[in-house]
Each structure stands twice: as C-alpha cells, then as structure tokens.
Design a protein around this ligand. Sequence first.
Ligand SMILES: Cc1cc2nc3c(=O)[nH]c(=O)nc-3n(C[C@H](O)[C@H](O)[C@H](O)COP(=O)(O)OP(=O)(O)OC[C@H]3O[C@@H](n4cnc5c(N)ncnc54)[C@H](O)[C@@H]3O)c2cc1C
Length: 203
Amino acid sequence: MTLFYTNLDRSKIDVRRIHKMGRNAVDSNAVFIDDLFVPDKDRIGDEGQGFEYILDSLNPERVLVAAEAIGLGRDALGRAAAYAKERVVFGRPIGQNQGIQHPLAECWVQLEVAYWMTMRAAWMYYSGQSCGAEANTAKFLAGRAAFDIATRGVLTHGGMGYAREYQVERLFHEAILTRIAPVTEQLIMSLIAERVLGQPKSY
Ligand SMILES: Cc1cc2nc3c(=O)[nH]c(=O)nc-3n(C[C@H](O)[C@H](O)[C@H](O)COP(=O)(O)OP(=O)(O)OC[C@H]3O[C@@H](n4cnc5c(N)ncnc54)[C@H](O)[C@@H]3O)c2cc1C
C-alpha cells in the first residue's frame, strides 16, 4: 500500500455518498479510482510503506474514539438521571425506585472504568510506550459503556426516549458506531488473544 494526496480528478475518481443512520457531521463515501496517474510529488513517504505509516495513527485513533464514547455516555447518563428525578409516576419520581436508580448507578460504574482505562492508554501513548492492548481495551470498554448507557437513557425516558425532543434517541443511534469503528469488538478480542495471551492467529 502506498499513500498519496493528489487532485480529485472526477474523470478518474467516482465518489458515491453512503447514507447512514447518524454521524452526519462527517459524510462517508465509497470511492472508486480507475486509471488515475499520481505524480511522485503527490506520494506520501516511500512506495509500499503506506500501511506502516497508517499503523502509527491507529492507537491514538482508538483512544480518541474511546474518549468520544465516554462523552456520549456521560451525556446520556446525565439526561437519564435528570429525567428520573423529574418524571413523577404513581405519585413519586421514577428515580426513587431502585429498579430505575440501580441501572443508572451501574452505568456510572461502567463509565468510570472505561474513563480510567482511556486515560491509561493515552498516558502510555504520550509517554512513547507501546499501547496497542490498552488503546484497544479502552475503545472496547468505552464503546460498550456508551451503547449500554445510551440504551438505558432511552429506556429511562420511557416513550419520550423515542421522541427526538429528548436527544437520547440520537445518542442511542450514534453510540453503536463506537462499537463498530475504527475496529470491531471481535477484532479487539483477536488482538488481545494473540498479542497478550499468546494464542495462535485466528484470522
Ligand atoms: C460511519 C463509519 C465511518 C468509518 N470511517 C472510517 C474511516 O474513516 N477510515 C477507515 O479506514 N474506516 C472507516 N470505517 C470502517 C470501519 O473501521 C469498519 O467498518 C470496521 O472496522 C468493520 O470492518 P468491516 O465493515 O469491513 O466489517 P467486516 O470485516 O465485514 O466484519 C463484519 C462483522 O464480522 C465480524 N468478523 C469479521 N471477521 C471475523 C472473525 N474472524 N471472527 C469473528 N468476527 C469476525 C466483524 O467483527 C464484524 O462484526 C468507518 C465505518 C463507519 C460505519
């Protein structure tokens, strides 16, 4: 693989928008390149070294996405906790019931674990240490936490959780992306199994 940064010649490059369930601040596209001439001056680094260069950015990207997921989870949890205090059913706030407050407390616990793992991975990266397992673990924990908490955010709002007005539905469909990209949970498990636990490569 070789990296390049060149003119977007539309006669040789076809860019097709992918319509998504969320994350519309950044669009995603299928890009088809056919018979495009790329001059040497537009090449990034050496030929054939592209994958090595990309590898350099993978761990910080995982840490970044973990931090994004934690922010998303915190927002969902804050909204759920506020709603639980305010919404009165059968003469008392729903948050007075342990059936509502315990899952929210568990969400907080999940988020704290993910946060500190993310901080550890970020610190290791900044201090120049190898942090593949830690960055992936942070992304795994934070993605799961964001998804579980966004789901809890919708459920705590009951029917109103499905309404756009309360924002939690948006957090719900944004949260699942942090479980998929930039790497899926299955691939993280494969990395931990292979690199940390010494198991044979499975894929
Ligand atoms: C909105 C969005 C933005 C993105 N942005 C970028 C970007 O900017 N740059 C970029 O490079 N990529 C980007 N991606 C791609 C993203 O990283 C991939 O979609 C993701 O890594 C999963 O790869 P895949 O889609 O090819 O899944 P596949 O490889 O097709 O896998 C499908 C499912 O099967 C599972 N699976 C595959 N193999 C195995 C196995 N051996 N054992 C068990 N399970 C397995 C996977 O974990 C997954 O759950 C983006 C994706 C989305 C949705």
